[in-house]
Design a protein around this ligand. Structure first.
Ligand code: ZN
Length: 444
């Protein structure tokens, strides 16, 4: 049995059923689970003093492409729209191998952890030169993050009218077989799971209608979740209308891509009927505000989605289209962007933080994460609000208005992954050096 007591936090934002905020309170963690929340708690184990700190549930990232960490700020893609950006980067990605996948994942996961993230999904949809989903799963195990990798895929190459070069696409039978392999090898359906695998064809414009339908059948047969990109920008809508004769929401629904076990990234261009469909079917959305700004895709109708009852989480999206992966920064951007569209009262700091924690956990089918309450997994972020970023604040718990953008401490399943602002589980300076070396080699 292992116990940790987080003691005397200035404020705990629990994100529990009634969104309680506790002052001067403690959290007792036992065997990776939150055992007690309250004041004046005692424990036999290690004590972590949280005076001068705000404590939140670990943040949840619902959309990422970790491999892109090695292709940030590529000059030819810095100012392009989505499709042009992809055409610039595909040839570079085709030179990746297992080592690039591992190092990019370690660097990307460390960056997320330092910004408060304890649970992240990943969408890996190209497997050049012997790369496998396994490379990223092992990386997540090394750093100790809770991980929902999704087995992505592309099957329509340039010669068939698709966007990616032929060298990066796979045969559809091979894709489905590898999905089965990684689910059988790594997916853990139990509460408290550290790894859950999803099935995730890249987007409706890079795989066939048959693969979309077969992927949904396979995921339901295996009891795993489904994920893809949907309705990202105007080009995406135009492509759907021209190729499929319907909007993306209709296309998704026709092929089995709606329901509580499905979440779609972006959804910037969902219309009212599609928002109703998502709410009715309990389909989730990964909102990626920085990526949407970076690629000029637009402002997702998150206010309307939330008001309609759509499940919304946050995603930093790939590091090549953000190009940062700071999840608490992403939450601030989500708050600001809704205000640009709908006014200053469109989204509060606390609501954006709720989307970043509880919201994301619900999107990923993890009601055991994203909240601080008895029985939930001990995924906890401790934010030091005694620094200059919060100096003069009348409400330091409004973390997204002031506050630090890096955690002081981070616990995943009760294990300390960040201590005093440093990642404890991997040699991060060495990973950074390796990432820079690999990026230089890809550029050369
Ligand atoms: Zn993406």
């Amino acid at each position: 049995m292992s116990e940790i007591l987080i003691r005397a936090a200035d404020t705990i934002l629990t994100m529990d059923g009634t969104r309680r905020e506790l002052q001067g309170a403690d959290i007792r963690i036992r065997d990776g689970v939150i055992a007690e929340v309250g004041t004046g708690l005692h424990s036999q184990g290690e004590t972590v003093l949280a005076k001068g700190c705000v404590v939140t549930p670990g943040l949840v990232n619902t959309h990422h492409h970790l491999y892109q960490t090695l292709t940030r700020a590529v000059p030819g893609g810095q100012d392009a729209l989505l499709f042009g950006w992809l055409r610039t980067l595909y040839p570079i990605w085709s030179r990746f191998g297992p080592e690039e996948m591992r190092i990019s994942a370690l660097a990307g996961l460390a960056e997320l952890a330092l910004s408060g993230c304890t649970l992240t999904s990943d969408h890996l949809y190209l497997f050049p030169n012997g790369s496998r989903l396994d490379d990223t799963i092992h990386a997540a195990g090394e750093i100790g993050m809770r991980f929902h990798p999704t087995r992505g895929a592309m099957s329509i190459g340039e010669s068939d009218g698709g966007l990616p070069p032929d060298a990066l696409v796979e045969r559809e039978a091979d894709i489905l077989n590898d999905c089965i392999r990684v689910i059988d090898a790594f997916h853990d359906p139990r509460p408290g799971a550290m790894v859950r695998v999803g099935v995730a064809p890249c987007s409706p414009f890079s795989v066939s209608r048959d693969l979309m339908r077969d992927a949904a059948l396979l995921a339901r047969d295996k009891g795993v979740m489904l994920h893809t990109h949907l309705a990202e920008n105007d080009e995406d809508i135009a492509y759907s209308l021209e190729q499929f004769g319907c909007r993306p929401g209709q296309y998704a629904e026709d092929l089995g891509w709606s329901g509580d076990d499905v979440w779609h990234a972006h959804c910037v261009k969902l219309d009212g009927a599609e928002i109703d469909l998502f709410a009715r079917s309990r389909t989730g959305v990964a909102h990626c505000p920085c990526s949407n700004c970076r690629l000029g895709s637009g402002i997702a109708p998150v206010r309307a989605m939330r008001d309609a009852g759509v499940k919304v989480g946050l995603g930093v999206d790939g590091s090549a289209s953000n190009d940062a992966a700071n999840l608490v920064g992403e939450a601030r951007q989500a708050m600001l962007l809704q205000r640009v569209a709908k006014g200053a009262d469109a989204m509060s700091a606390r609501e954006a933080l709720e989307i970043a924690t509880r919201g994301g956990a619900d999107v990923l089918g993890r009601p055991d994460c994203g909240r601080i309450e008895v029985g939930a997994r001990a995924d906890v972020a401790i934010w030091d609000v005694s620094g200059v970023e919060s100096a003069g604040s009348w409400d330091p718990a409004a973390l997204l208005l002031t506050g630090p953008t890096r955690v002081r401490d981070l616990f995943v399943e009760g294990r300390q992954v960040v201590r005093g602002g440093q990642v404890t589980t991997i040699d991060l300076p060495r990973v950074i050096e390796q990432a820079n070396r690999l990026a230089r080699a890809l550029a050369g």
